[in-house]
Ligand binder design. Structure first.
Ligand SMILES: [Zn+2]
Length: 98
């Protein structure tokens, strides 16, 4: 796996991204803690799933920052759509980043 990202800024907050093995008992693979500025993602996940979970948690952070109150289903849908659009349109990502 390539070197993972360790920080991300969402609004005024710099989140620490912590790969973290989450207990098998828990039915979650990631967590977003806006008050602590920490995003945790299960480090044992396959690379594509890790990225998907990371984007999901980032969408939670965006939802918190912008008071969007996205549901879990909306957060998941948005995260998967953003990843798909970014992957399928690298020229668009490059254009936006200019
Ligand atoms: Zn979630």
């Amino acid at each position: 796996m390539k070197k993972k990202i360790t920080t991300i800024k969402v609004g005024p907050v710099r989140y620490q991204i912590r790969p973290h093995p989450i207990s098998q008992d828990e039915d979650c693979t990631g967590r977003c803690h806006p008050a602590r500025a920490i995003i945790e993602v299960d480090s044992r996940l396959p690379e594509d799933v890790y990225r998907q979970v990371l984007m999901h948690e980032i969408c939670h952070a965006i939802s918190f920052d912008r008071s969007l109150r996205l549901s879990e289903k909306n957060t998941d849908g948005l995260a998967n759509a953003v990843i798909q659009v970014m992957r399928d349109n690298p020229a668009l990502v490059k254009f936006i980043l200019k």
